[in-house]
Structure formats: structure tokens, C-alpha cells
Design a protein around this ligand. Structure first.
Ligand code: FRU
Length: 492
């Protein structure tokens, strides 16, 4: 049964027409209105589904629905009708973030946070389930399936959300969820179930202890290259550690997991993305074994700094392949992106001087790799992207200091929000490799094959297409650039 509220959202979607060129070419944006966190990123019946926090009727956050898309290759997505609307007494204040899984009988289960008013001032949060066929879903009559009765002592029913489900090889279902305790601030709880419907609390995996931010939102928990990763998005962090900025961050806690004793031992905490816009990432395991992550390419702190006149707001990052190398999280754009490359434009051994532009090196929908070789006297190297009409986004590398600065001050947002971030990068064997993915309204940077990533949205006019290089001291560079080509857009 489709409720009136869900039908209304679906009708609204059907009457919304946004042309392909008003959107990024391959980054996901909402079918209409507002989008935040990725939800339910998971394989289903041979494809990959992605849901998202969604308010179709305006470009601001409001009563949360779930939007829905699916893909076969992580680059080209098909839109599906809205999957969930806040239409029951236990979720009337919002269907918050959650996850999805294919059940053994072939149906798809969504596990999400139902937000319900407890008083005029406060909402309570509990975990609810809906089961469907990949398009239409029915909420379970027994909802919530993980209620406040399941919470260990000291955990608040007002902050209990964002369940992420998976199945163990022995068939047991497990889920992590974000919780809040007065003593310890954010914590991640582990639950288990024989059937994904009847749940029990198993243990607390880790907690902030007021040291790594307040509430930890959107947890994910998975093995990666011999270690165990607990991924969380802490609110209210202090800038303590490389790549960590004040406010909301997304981090990985790397450690080991002993399923016998149910103990997770944290060994390190690392920032996932050192740029300006990245939050609430979620992962899946692809059929070929790759662990793939997608994040919301936005920050809550700047979510009110909207571009003028856009019919949509909020984008996802490119899906990224994760790996661990030298004890660090590495992330690279999914390899399928390379299937969309046009002909290569290559310039080798370019000596960069005061201001250097190169033939055919420009554009806003591109995949470009720079290999930089600084001479002894190179003080800095600057790259101007999306330059024109007084706009530009710059990257500034200081080889001796080992620092990279991303600056989008002149990138079209008329609010005094954070526009600059600086983070450590190191040349390796005298080389620094920068891979830059531009997609109309964003830039994603991957340093040294994924050692660091940095994302930023850019809402400048598309006529700002320029790319330019500048250096102080000697700098030699190779450039390999591809336009990215999407035949659907050509047809429109
Ligand atoms: C993270 C978050 C989640 C919550 C959702 C609400 O961005 O705050 O914790 O479920 O957004 O839209």
C-alpha cells in the first residue's frame, strides 16, 4: 500500500523536470529538492541501489523521505520513485538515515531510523524496517524493530539512529547504530538478529569519551585489508589531528575486532576527506570484493550557503574504492569512471613558470592527472581550476612544508563560510601526483593514488572553464587530461 504522503512525493517527482545539464554529469543529485546522507548503499538483484535523505518539495532540509536510485557501474544512475515517506506514527517526524540488504528470499529490507514526536519539544528515535521488491516497500507492523527497550543503560532515546546492516557468513545479521550517553558522548552500538527483524543488543564497539567529538553519526563497520574499520561522522570536533577541522567530520577508526569476545580495539583515528564538503559516508562490498564508499558532498556548516536559483541542492561524492596501505586509508575513484573518458590530451615535461596555460587543458567535466617534480628551489606550485569571469578555485602546494591548501573563496557562494582547508601531503621519490575530477559543480582531489582525498562543491557559472598553473622556483610537470563523455547528455 502506498500512503498518500508517499504518493504525493512520487507525483511531485513525476512533475519535476530538471535538464541533465543543470546537474552534475555523473554525481548523484536529488530527483527534486534537497538531499543529504547516502542511505541503503548496497547490492540488490545484480545491481547497486542507493537511497538518500530527501525532501522533494524545497531545497532545504525538512521532513525526511528516502529518495532512490540504482546503477550497474557506479557512474550512470537510474532514478526510481521515492521509497519512504514519513507516514506513520513512529516516523512522522522523519525517516532518518539507514541501510539496506537483500534477504535470503530475494526481497529487499530497509532498516532506517523512525523519528516520532514525544513532546512538542522533543522527538524520539528508534530503528524501523520496511520490506519490498526494489521499488515499493511496506513498513513492518512490528515497528520499531530496535526500540528504546534494546538500549543499554545510560543511552538516550533522543539520539539513537543511522543503523547499518550486514550479514555474517554464518547467516547472522548484524547492525551498528549511533547512540549518545551523557558520560561518553557519541558511541556505536552493535546489535544482532537471526532474521533481520528480531534484534538484540550485543555490545558497544567504541565511544568518543568526549575526546573525538559529540554525537557520532552514521556508523559503518567492516573488514579491510587485514584490519577492521569503524567509520563514523562525529559532530562538534576540535581540530585535533591532520585533516580534522572544527565541527562535523568524517573519520575512520582503524583497529582489530575479536568476534569471540566482541571487542573492537582502536589503534588510530584518521580523517577521510581533507576538503570542505564531505560527510556521512557509507560503504558496500561489490560483487568483485571491492569495498566502495560514497559520501554526502556537502557540510552541514555550509548547507545554508546555497547557490542562487538551483532546482536541487546536495550531491553525493563519486563512489570511491577503499584500501589500506602503510596503515592508512587510501581511496580512489571507482575504476568504472575510466570507461567514460574521451581522447587523452597529454603534455610531458612542461616547465611551469609564472603563469602557464596549455592547449586543450580546460573544462568542468574532466579527469586530469598531474605529476609534479619540484626542483630544489621550488617554493610553491599553484593550480587554478574553473577559472573565468572573476571566479577560480585554487590548490597551493608548498613542497618544503609538505602542505596542500584548497581555496574556493572565489567559487560562487556569497556567505562567509569555511572556504579554505590545509592538509599535509608529501612528495614520494621526488614526485607528487594529483588526480582531479571535476563535474560542473564540484572538485574531488586524490593525492598520490588515494593517500589523501579532498572534496569541494563549486557553484560558479559553467563559463568558468579555465585551468592554469603557476610556480615559484623550478617545477616540471606531466599532464594527462580526459574529457568525460555522457552520451545521454549529447542527446538532450
Ligand atoms: C547526518 C544526519 C543523520 C540523520 C540524518 C537526518 O547527516 O544528521 O544522523 O539520520 O542526517 O537527515
Amino acid at each position: 500500500m502506498i500512503s498518500d504522503r508517499l504518493q504525493k512525493a512520487r507525483d511531485y517527482e513525476a512533475n519535476t523536470h530538471i535538464s541533465l545539464r543543470e546537474r552534475p554529469a555523473f554525481h548523484i543529485t536529488p530527483t527534486a529538492g534537497w538531499m543529504n546522507d547516502p542511505n541503503g548503499f548496497s547490492p540488490y538483484q545484480g545491481e547497486y541501489h542507493l537511497f538518500y535523505q530527501y525532501y522533494p518539495y524545497s531545497t532545504s532540509w525538512n521532513d525526511m523521505h528516502w529518495g532512490h536510485v540504482k546503477t550497474q557501474d557506479f557512474i550512470t544512475w537510474q532514478r526510481l520513485p521515492a521509497a519512504l515517506a514519513p507516514d506513520t506514527d513512529y516516523d512522522q517526524a522523519g525517516c532518518f538515515s539507514g541501510s539496506a540488504i537483500q534477504l535470503l528470499d530475494g526481497r529487499q529490507l530497509l532498516l532506517y531510523t523512525g523519528v516520532a514526536p514525544a513532546s512538542p519539544q522533543q522527538n524520539v528515535q528508534a530503528q524501523c524496517a520496511a520490506i519490498g521488491n526494489g521499488v515499493d516497500y511496506e513498513k513492518l507492523s512490528g515497528n520499531p524493530v530496535i526500540s528504546h527497550d534494546h538500549l543499554p543503560q545510560g543511552c538516550s532515546k533522543y539520539d539513537f539512529r543511522d543503523p547499518k546492516i550486514w550479514q555474517e557468513p554464518d547467516g547472522t545479521y548484524r547492525a551498528v547504530a549511533a547512540a549518545f550517553t551523557q558520560q561518553d558522548s557519541g558511541a556505536v552500538l552493535l546489535f544482532q538478529s537471526p532474521d533481520a527483524i528480531h534484534w538484540e543488543y550485543a555490545c558497544t564497539l567504541d565511544a568518543s569519551h568526549n575526546e573525538a567529538g559529540g554525537m557520532w553519526e552514521c556508523p559503518d563497520f567492516f573488514p579491510l585489508d587485514g584490519k577492521q574499520v569503524l567509520m563514523v561522522s562525529p559532530m562538534d570536533m576540535y581540530p585535533d589531528g591532520p585533516g580534522i577541522h572544527p565541527g562535523n567530520n568524517a573519520v575512520v577508526l582503524l583497529g582489530s575486532w575479536n568476534p569471540e569476545t566482541m571487542e573492537f580495539s582502536r589503534e588510530s583515528l584518521q580523517a577521510i576527506d581533507c576538503g570542505l564538503d564531505f560527510y556521512a559516508p557509507q560503504t558496500l562490498q561489490a560483487s568483485d570484493g571491492r569495498r566502495i564508499m560514497i559520501g554526502w558532498m556537502q557540510s552541514w556548516q555550509s548547507a545554508d550557503a546555497k547557490p542562487q536559483g538551483f532546482p536541487w541542492f546536495g550531491q553525493m561524492t563519486l563512489p570511491r574504492e577503499l584500501s589500506l596501505r602503510q596503515g592508512r586509508l587510501f581511496q580512489c575513484p571507482v575504476r568504472e569512471l575510466e570507461n567514460y573518458r574521451g581522447p587523452a590530451v597529454v603534455h610531458k615535461n612542461v616547465s611551469v613558470t609564472a603563469s602557464t596555460a596549455l592547449p586543450e587543458i580546460q573544462g568542468r567535466v574532466i579527469d586530469m592527472t598531474l605529476t609534479l617534480r619540484p626542483g630544489q628551489d621550488c617554493r610553491w606550485f599553484r593550480l587554478y581550476l574553473a577559472e573565468g569571469d572573476g571566479f577560480a578555485t585554487t590548490l597551493l602546494w608548498r613542497p618544503e612544508e609538505g602542505s596542500m591548501e584548497i581555496d574556493r573563496t572565489a567559487s560562487g557562494l556569497p556567505r562567509d563560510i569555511a572556504n579554505i582547508r590545509r592538509f599535509p601531503v608529501q612528495a614520494q621519490d621526488g614526485l607528487l601526483k594529483l588526480r582531479l575530477i571535476l563535474d560542473r559543480f564540484s572538485l574531488e582531489l586524490f593525492v598520490n593514488d588515494g593517500q589523501q582525498a579532498a572534496s569541494a562543491v563549486l557553484y560558479t557559472p559553467q563559463s568558468a572553464q579555465g585551468i592554469r598553473f603557476e610556480a615559484r622556483g623550478e617545477m616540471t610537470m606531466d599532464v594527462e587530461k580526459y574529457g568525460l563523455i555522457f552520451p545521454e547528455e549529447e542527446k538532450e
